[in-house]
Structures are given as structure tokens and as C-alpha cells.
Design a protein around this ligand. Structure first.
Ligand code: MEV
Length: 443
């Protein structure tokens, strides 16, 4: 009976109001209140709302997230104010603080190492594999030629299909091969372009086996299993780094010397290189910054994270994406990040705020955006490690946490100031702050 009320057919055909009505009356205790709350987040401009609705399906409202900025980033001698969409307190503050710190020490440097993207066609073919390998160059040329109508405008922009390799998985699965396409997609993330090319490769491959005089009998039959881009793009890489002589690292809390700071910091990175448990947390900190910019610029954070974690697992263990070295008295800290992003196409120009984010960054091309994102990830990682090896992370986090609790408890400005002073040396928890405010309010 209960299950009957909580399932429905034809939900997608209901109007937006109808969808909300069905949800609130079947899943909530206060349907009217929830309905008006959900509707209060509808965009006041109907056209804008339609754009947002069309990004997804069954949309009933919008889910607000804070849109912040981290100013004072100097990246390759150019100043940036970086847009960040993130719900976690301290992240934007940490990025801003690292940006300011490195602003006085030469800023962030970056280098795009390569921008190749990949896609695969997996197929089963049970003929003589030496023969397939022997004729593969000819097959490849045909696949590329038959894709020309799809690739011509990308080729004009300097991209297209760079190569196709034949991958042999027959030792792990009888008859299993892959076409591994390498693509250059210029300023677009290129998912649609790559997938369209791959689906054309599949058709051309079937056609080749069926019509080429090189193959006969059972060799003519090929079964395509699937055609899809790979989110693992280890050849779409950017490096960001910061460096300065140790004696210019400045002062640290509790009288810690710059030498001690650099040594402890490098050790903290080493631990993330050695230990996957620490590496996951360390890399999560990097993605705090990376994802926030990826989201703000309308890129696909799931693809970016999947790729980064696959890359972090390329050795024996899942490991750190960043590295640190102290040599000849110079502290150097860097991040190698696989990053397939776009600045044209997809959400980048459709999402009204993503468009503004890119404008704030002075409309970078994809390579520049890779550099900006990598620098933000490195900044985030630097700030997290700096706190961890000096004061501990909670000092900064709790300041933000306290502010959130005070907002939740609707503290006045005076109560806020008094609580901040009180909790400077006290442990912050929701109940402790509530008790403190209650006492304060009683006079
Ligand atoms: C929290 O979101 C991120 C950190 O845990 C990262 C780290 O430990 O390096 C602070």
C-alpha cells in the first residue's frame, strides 16, 4: 500500500507543479510548506529557469550552492580572481590565503604537458590476430577517412583524430580487441565529438570486415560491444608549481622555523606518496580546489575526479598527485594533474553563471583553464598541508564552523562577536555554542 503511494508511472509527463505536488503529498509531513519552499528557489526569470530545467530531467527546483571567488592568484605572471562553487567552509579562504602567500613569492607557474584525449571501441573478432595487426594501418586510414565529415571543422581549428591504435586483450578475454582513438579537441571538452567519431569507427570497422577482399568467411564477422570516450586521459596533463628559497618562506605559528616548516611539509607530502589512506585525503584536498573551479566554469567534475584518481593509481599504490622537493635550499612544491576541460560548448556558455565565471577569468582557452585549475588545486593543497604541519586543521575549520552554527542559531552581531571571543580557546560544537548563546540571552 505504502509502496503504491511512493511509485508512479508517467512522472516525467507531469507539469513541474504536478511533480512537486506528487512528491510533497507522498514523501513529506508538511506538504504545503515544502511545496512553497521548493518553489521559492525557482528563478524569478522564466527564461532563465527554462535554461536550468533543460540541463536535466524531472527538475522540480534549483539547488543553491555558494558561488565565491579567490582573489590574488598570480599564475604565470598574470593576476586572476578565481571563481569557486563549493559548499565546504574554509576552502575558498584557504585558496585565497595560499594565493596571497605565493603572490609575494613569484606566484604559481604552470605548463600544459599535453592535451590528448582518448576514446575506445571494444569489439570481438575471432580471426587471425597477426593478420589483423598486419592490416591495421589500412583499416586505420579507412576509419579516419570515413570520419572526415565529422572531423572537418575540428581539423580547421587545429584538432581532430590524432591516431588510432589496436589494443589486443585476447589474453584476458577471447577475441577481445579495442580501437584506442587519440583526439585533439582544442577548446572543447570534446565528449560529443569523440563519441560521434567512435560510433562512426564502429560502423566503418563492420563495413571494412564485410567488404574488404583481405578477409573472408568467419573473419568477416565482428561484434561491436561498445564505443565510448575514456575519462582516463593521462596524456591530457598540466603541471603547476610554486618554489622559493627556504629563507623566503616567512614566519610560522608557534615560532616554527622556515627550515622546520619546509622539512615537515615535504614529509607530509611524502606520507601521501607512500600511504593510500593519507593519499586519498591529501588528493581530496586538491580536488576541493579543482572541483570548485571545474563546477564554476560549467565543466564535468565527475570526469575530472575519475581521471585524477585513476592517474593517482597508476603505480603500485594509489598515491599523491602532488610532490615536494627541497634542493640546494630551495623549496619546490608541484602538482601533476590530468585535466580534460573545455571553455566552449557544453554548459560553459549555456549556464548563466558559468559564462560569468569564464568572463571573470578573461575568457581563457582550454589550456589556460587547465593551468588555472591546477594552480587552484595546488594552492588548496598547500594551505591544507601548511595548517596540518603547523597549527592543525581544526583551528581554521572551527572558525568557519562556529560562524555556520551562529548563523543557524540566528545570533545577533553582538552575540557573534562575544561567541568568537569566547570560543577562541574553547572546543566548538553545536551544543556548546547553543548553551553559550542561551546563557548570554538570559543575561
Ligand atoms: C578537507 O576537506 C581537506 C583536508 O582533509 C585535506 C588534507 O588533509 O590534506 C584538510
Amino acid at each position: 500500500m505504502d509502496q503504491d503511494k511512493k511509485t508512479i508511472s508517467g512522472f516525467s509527463k507531469l507539469s513541474k507543479r504536478g511533480k512537486i505536488k506528487w512528491i510533497v503529498s507522498n514523501f513529506y509531513k508538511e506538504p504545503d510548506k515544502v511545496m512553497s519552499e521548493l518553489m521559492s528557489y525557482w528563478h524569478s526569470n522564466e527564461e532563465q529557469q527554462k535554461i536550468l530545467d533543460n540541463f536535466s530531467e524531472n527538475t522540480i527546483s534549483n539547488f543553491p550552492m555558494p558561488f565565491g571567488v579567490a582573489p590574488n592568484f598570480i599564475i604565470d605572471d598574470k593576476a586572476y580572481c578565481i571563481p569557486m562553487v563549493i559548499e565546504e567552509s574554509s576552502v575558498v579562504a584557504a585558496a585565497s590565503s595560499a594565493a596571497k602567500y605565493w603572490m609575494d613569492r613569484g606566484g604559481f607557474k604552470t605548463e600544459v604537458i599535453s592535451t590528448k584525449k582518448l576514446g575506445q571501441v571494444s569489439f570481438i573478432w575471432s580471426g587471425d590476430k597477426a593478420k589483423l595487426q598486419y592490416h591495421f594501418e589500412e583499416i586505420k586510414q579507412q576509419l579516419i577517412e570515413e570520419c572526415f565529415s565529422i572531423t572537418s571543422s575540428m581539423v580547421k581549428r587545429g584538432g581532430g583524430i590524432m591516431d588510432i591504435d589496436l589494443i589486443d586483450f585476447t589474453d584476458q578475454q577471447p577475441g577481445l580487441f579495442q580501437l584506442m582513438g587519440t583526439f585533439e579537441t582544442c577548446d572543447s571538452m570534446g565528449a560529443n565529438f569523440i563519441n560521434t567519431c567512435l560510433e562512426q569507427f564502429s560502423k566503418s570497422l563492420i563495413n571494412f570486415f564485410q567488404t574488404s577482399p583481405l578477409f573472408s568467411g568467419a573473419e568477416r564477422s565482428v561484434e561491436i560491444i561498445m564505443s565510448i570516450l575514456s575519462n582516463y586521459t593521462p596524456e591530457c596533463m598540466v603541471r603547476a608549481w610554486v618554489e622559493c628559497p627556504i629563507d623566503q618562506l616567512g614566519k610560522f605559528p608557534n615560532g616554527m622555523s622556515a627550515e622546520d616548516f619546509a622539512r615537515k611539509f615535504a614529509l607530509a607530502v611524502k606520507i601521501a606518496e607512500i600511504d593510500p589512506h593519507r593519499a586519498a585525503t591529501h588528493n581530496k584536498g586538491i580536488y576541493n580546489g579543482v572541483d570548485a573551479v571545474v563546477l564554476a566554469t560549467g565543466n564535468d567534475f565527475r570526469a575530472i575526479e575519475a581521471c585524477g584518481h585513476a592517474y593517482a593509481s597508476r603505480g603500485e599504490n594509489y598515491s599523491s598527485l602532488s610532490h615536494c622537493e627541497i634542493r640546494n635550499g630551495v623549496f619546490k612544491f608541484w602538482l601533476d594533474l590530468p585535466l580534460a576541460v573545455g571553455t566552449v560548448g557544453g554548459l560553459t556558455s549555456l549556464h548563466p553563471i558559468a559564462k560569468r565565471s569564464l568572463e571573470l577569468l578573461e575568457n581563457p582557452n582550454a589550456k589556460e583553464l587547465m593551468c588555472i585549475i591546477a594552480a587552484t588545486g595546488l594552492a588548496q593543497n598547500f594551505s591544507a598541508l601548511r595548517s596540518l604541519v603547523t597549527t592543525g586543521i581544526q583551528q581554521g575549520h572551527m572558525k568557519m564552523h562556529l560562524q555556520n552554527i551562529l548563523n543557524q542559531l540566528k545570533a545577533t552581531k553582538d552575540e557573534e562577536l562575544s561567541a568568537i571571543e569566547h570560543f577562541a580557546d574553547e572546543i566548538v560544537s553545536f551544543s556548546a555554542v547553543r548553551a553559550y548563546l542561551e546563557k548570554l540571552r538570559l543575561g
